[in-house]
Ligand binder design. Structure first.
Ligand code: COA
Length: 379
């Protein structure tokens, strides 16, 4: 087989249909079930978007009330899951904690072996509703703090922040968090979603597929990039006394040096978007609001300096993880918690794809071209 016939990384290969989302790199657009993600981020709650991804349509008032009631009823931290989390060392990466928790929830689910559409919808909502408590508690236990009980009077985003910080956040912060959850929710056949679909295609169960997807998301070429962006900022050095311009100058110098050393800088580039990520302008606007809210112009300096130097040197544009990382930092999340926040959001997209895969399944099993030793005999 000719080398060019081998589609390494499956780049450019279309493997199936999907009605969940459409990524159009030529027009820099992303549609969830036909709706532009920017419009959803401006007008909807994350709960409405989750409903849309799973059901194909936005909810009416009655449907939304019933749906949010289900989400709010499923928020408590299961004591068994909590004890498993407590048994894991705080040296474990929070993504390992999330992955383990998803697996435990699967093993304990009353419909564990049922992959009917009704069972899968229930499992998806249960996982989605429960994950914030796990992410929030895991951050808290690393600071020696107790778990915070969920509040039924708060929406998903406000409650997530409440359970993490034990304080109610102002509406601007809740709104920026809501926007990030919507933008992270779904992105067609990315690596973790494809992983979930591969697992589902063997007729395995929803929790197994999500557990595997969390493993795929952890890597810095995928979801782990939002965490890696903050490591870059830390490496350059965040100096709160510095002006925007001073920070930008240091960031530019760092980027020029990194590129001269052929370093891959996380938070830039994308397999599908080559002229910019459709989600970045909306997330950058949320970051700008958080920078103004917390009064941290030096972070904008670092952001601008890196972005400009990368653009001038290689014309590679930021991806969603680039503005999301510093936004979560400003809100007070630990850097290692950033990718678990992505998990909490992407559970919606993953499970929408899992249900789509079940509904029209074909085992995903590609071929490979052998390039090992010729056949030989055992001496
Ligand atoms: N920093 C520096 N150079 C980069 C780069 C980055 N973040 N992303 C791409 N490039 C360069 C590559 O070095 C390569 O250059 P070359 O042709 O001179 O070797 C070229 O751009 C193509 O990159 P490649 O990695 O082959 O493209 P891809 O489509 O396989 O990769 C990513 C896409 C996302 C894996 C890649 O851009 C990357 O590693 N980005 C950083 C991780 C990240 O932010 N991931 C989150 C994605 S949402």
């Amino acid at each position: 087989m000719a080398a060019e016939d081998i589609k390494k990384g499956l780049a450019g290969v279309v493997v199936d249909y999907t009605a969940v989302s459409k990524v159009n790199p030529d027009t820099n657009s992303l549609l969830y079930r036909g709706y532009p993600v920017q419009e959803l981020a401006a007008k909807c709650s994350f709960e409405e978007v989750a409903y849309l991804l799973w059901n194909g349509e936005l909810p009416n008032e009655t449907q939304l009330a019933e749906f949010t009631a289900r989400e709010r009823a499923g928020r408590a931290l299961d004591p068994v899951v909590k004890s498993v989390v407590d048994s894991l060392p705080t040296t474990a990466h929070p993504m390992d904690v999330c992955r383990t928790a998803a697996s435990v929830m699967g093993a304990r689910h009353e419909l564990a072996e049922d992959s009917s559409p009704e069972a899968n919808m229930k499992k998806a909502i249960d996982l989605w509703a429960a994950m914030p408590a796990i992410v929030a508690y895991d951050q808290r236990r690393r600071h020696g703090q107790e778990a915070v009980e969920p509040r039924e009077d708060l929406d998903y985003s406000a409650n997530f922040l409440w359970m993490t910080f034990g304080e109610e956040q102002v509406p601007e912060v809740v709104e920026a968090f809501n926007v990030s959850m919507i933008l992270y929710a779904e992105h067609s056949f990315n690596a973790s979603t494809f992983t979930a679909r591969v697992v589902t295609s063997t007729l395995s169960d929803l929790h197994s597929a999500v557990t595997a997807a969390i493993g795929a998301l952890k890597g810095p070429l995928h979801g782990g990039a939002n965490e890696a962006v903050m490591h870059t900022f830390d490496e350059i050095g965040i100096r709160s006394e510095e002006s925007l311009e001073e920070a930008a100058t240091r960031a530019r110098a760092w980027m020029e040096d990194a590129l001269a050393r052929k370093k891959k800088v996380m938070g830039f580039g994308h397999r599908v978007y080559k002229h910019g990520d459709s989600r970045v302008p909306t997330m950058k606007a949320a970051l700008d609001k958080m920078i103004a809210h917390y009064g941290r112009p030096e972070l904008l300096g670092l952001y601008n300096g890196l972005e400009q130097a990368m653009d001038e040197a290689k014309a590679i544009k930021p991806n969603l993880d680039y503005p999301a990382g510093p936004t979560y930092h400003l809100m007070g999340f630990d850097t290692q918690t950033f990718t678990p926040l992505f998990v909490a959001s992407r559970i919606t997209g993953w499970t929408a794809h899992i249900m789509e895969q079940v509904a029209s399944n074909s085992l995903i099993r590609p071929l490979s071209e052998y390039n090992g030793p010729e056949e030989r005999q055992v001496p």
